[in-house]
Write a protein that binds this ligand. Structure first.
Ligand SMILES: N[C@@H](CCC(=O)N[C@@H](CS)C(=O)NCC(=O)O)C(=O)O
Length: 202
């Protein structure tokens, strides 16, 4: 299996953390979203793309992680029971949503000042991040895992979103406001799966 992506993408990192947690071998092929390789495999021209062993591509990150979780039975990162699975997927949506808003802000800030979006747009993106973090903090509380009693995709999504915020929007001082998330981020970042997949500049 091949994973196409770059070290700057939080969605690619989410998938790589899942690969590492599951212990599934793969070839990591550095490919940007604008590359012909990615366009040929994903009509949306986005990374990550997984090229399965039979050559068929898979996207997006949520579909890829479900595929990987089904490939190897243990450890299970997405619970099988319907109600539990939906909760974990909701956590993933929360993490992905925070990453979407973080990506949007950081991309806009790379534009020349006169081409950037206005303050209302920035406030709307920032609110997604702030409210998303507050929801995560409220649910995590003082528990050891985002959902249940072992690591799941919920923790992967939470840790990936927090790590990406640290990397590209360090001005968001979430650690002071959300001590539970700070504790959890520290625990997660010590795991090999997170250490081996640190975000690198795009
Ligand atoms: N929902 C998608 C988002 C993927 C995504 O937005 N990837 C970015 C890189 S961080 C990308 O390829 N952007 C190029 C584009 O959207 O044209 C997923 O979870 O895989």
């Amino acid at each position: 299996m091949q994973l196409l992506g770059t070290g700057g993408s939080p969605y690619v990192r989410k998938v790589r953390v899942v690969f590492a947690e599951k212990g599934i071998p793969y070839d990591y092929v550095i490919a940007r979203s604008i590359s012909a390789e990615v366009a040929a495999a994903n009509p949306l021209a986005q990374i990550p793309v997984l090229i399965r062993d039979d050559g068929r591509p898979l996207y997006d990150s949520a579909v890829i992680v479900e595929y990987l979780d089904g490939l190897a039975p243990a450890p299970r990162l997405i619970p099988e029971a319907f109600a539990d699975r939906i909760e974990v997927r909701r956590w993933e949506a929360l993490g992905d949503g925070i990453m979407d808003a973080t990506v949007a802000i950081s991309h806009d800030e790379r534009l020349p000042v006169d081409q950037r979006k206005g303050p209302e747009w920035y406030a709307r993106q920032q609110k997604k991040i702030d409210n998303g973090l507050a929801a995560m903090q409220k649910e995590l509380g003082s528990r050891a895992f985002c959902f249940g009693t072992a690591l799941t995709l919920a923790d992967v999504a939470c840790g990936t979103a927090l790590g990406y915020l640290d990397q590209v929007l360090p001005r968001v001082a979430w650690r002071d406001a959300f001590p539970g998330l700070q504790r959890h981020a520290t625990t997660l970042s010590a795991r090999e799966s997170f250490r081996l997949t640190l975000i690198t500049p795009a």
